[in-house]
Structure formats: C-alpha cells, structure tokens
Design a protein around this ligand. Structure first.
Ligand code: AMP
Ligand code: ZN
Length: 113
C-alpha cells in the first residue's frame, strides 16, 4: 500500500494532537480547523472511504459513530455539533483514509458548500 498520512498519524509516526485512542479508533485535532472544535476520528484499519465499505464493516461504522458522539461529549459540545464524512472528489475528500469530522463550538450553516 502507498503511504497514508492518517495511517502514519495512527501509528504515531507523524505528530498530531490526539484527543482519543483505543484499539480500533484514533481521534486528533484537524490541522486546519473549520470550527472552534474540529476533531477527526479515524479507524486504525486503512479503509479508503465510505465507498469502499462492505457488509463486514457495519460494526466498525456503528462504533465509529458512537465513539465520535462520546468524543463530542468529552469536548463539551453541549449545544450540538455536526458530523461530516466526505467521500470522493465531488464530496470534497482530500485524504483517502476514512475519517469523520466532528465540528462544533459555533452554529453551523445549511446547506453546506
Ligand atoms: P477531507 O477533506 O474530508 O479529506 O478532510 C481531510 C482533513 O484532514 C482536512 O480537514 C485537513 O485539514 C486535515 N488534515 C490534513 N493533514 C492533517 C494533519 N497532518 N493533521 C491533522 N489534520 C490534517
Ligand atoms: Zn490509511
């Protein structure tokens, strides 16, 4: 596999400000935050994106969501938050390792750009 930025972050080979780590997931602050709180949650396993998930990944995705809600709570986002998963070029995905954005600390607009 070609080198992957988020695999390297999960392995601790590239520094990031981690806010959560467990057996399956790592969460760290986005280097270019789009909101006062902007955390990325990734599975340790390299999955390119949403469009590469299969039936065997249902449990992983469920736990990704639940883990993210717990991180949002730990971040003190009592007023609400937004989860975003970009997929592919039209979805605005720039890093091809599945990641969920937790955005919070300000009111979000709709629709997104
Ligand atoms: P996406 O556009 O959905 O693929 O999101 C990729 C995100 O990764 C962007 O919000 C970037 O700011 C963020 N990012 C890129 N490099 C790093 C890094 N080294 N550490 C933390 N976040 C990063
Ligand atoms: Zn990866």
């Amino acid at each position: 596999m070609a080198s992957c930025l988020f695999c390297d972050i999960a392995a601790g080979e590239i520094p990031a400000t981690q806010v959560h780590a467990d057996e399956d997931f790592v969460a760290f602050r986005d280097i270019d935050p789009k909101a006062p709180t902007h955390v990325l949650v990734i599975p340790r396993r390299h999955v390119t994106g949403l469009d590469r998930l299969g039936d065997d990944d249902v449990d992983l995705v469920g736990r990704l969501l639940v883990t993210a809600t717990r991180i949002a709570s730990a971040e003190g986002l009592t007023g609400g938050y937004r989860f975003v998963i970009n997929c592919g070029d039209d979805g605005g995905q720039t890093v091809h390792h599945l990641h969920l954005h937790i955005l919070g600390g300000r009111a979000m607009k709709w629709p997104p750009g």
